[in-house]
Design a protein around this ligand. Structure first.
Ligand SMILES: [Zn+2]
Length: 105
């Protein structure tokens, strides 16, 4: 098949398999040695496809991390009970807007 390569079982390396389903120019096979079900034919440039997909996912993930970090930083206040370790933070109480567990005056 053009643009595709035939691969053996990813787990045991056996080429002895049974075709279960042919789909979109590939086919799912079940390995006769270990039972793994895998795509027998994959795109010959699968590493490029994986790299592009990974780069897109990591960029999307990094954007979400920044948004969540800003959101949670707004909810955090220094915890006076941990002084002088002021880098330890606790979440604000929803009612008093003070660190949870501190007495409201
Ligand atoms: Zn196998």
């Amino acid at each position: 098949m053009e643009g595709m390569i035939e691969v053996n079982c990813d787990v045991c390396g056996s080429e002895d398999s049974i075709e279960l389903l042919a789909l979109l120019g590939s086919a799912y096979h079940e390995c006769k040695q270990c039972g793994l079900i895998y795509a027998k034919w994959i795109a010959d440039n699968y590493e490029d496809i994986n790299d592009q997909a990974f780069a897109a996912e990591i960029e999307d993930y990094a954007a979400k991390v920044d948004i969540k970090k800003k959101r949670y930083q707004k909810k955090l206040v220094p915890d006076p009970s941990q002084a002088p370790y002021t880098f330890i933070y606790t979440e604000k109480c929803a009612h008093t807007m003070r660190p949870c567990g501190s007495s409201a005056r």
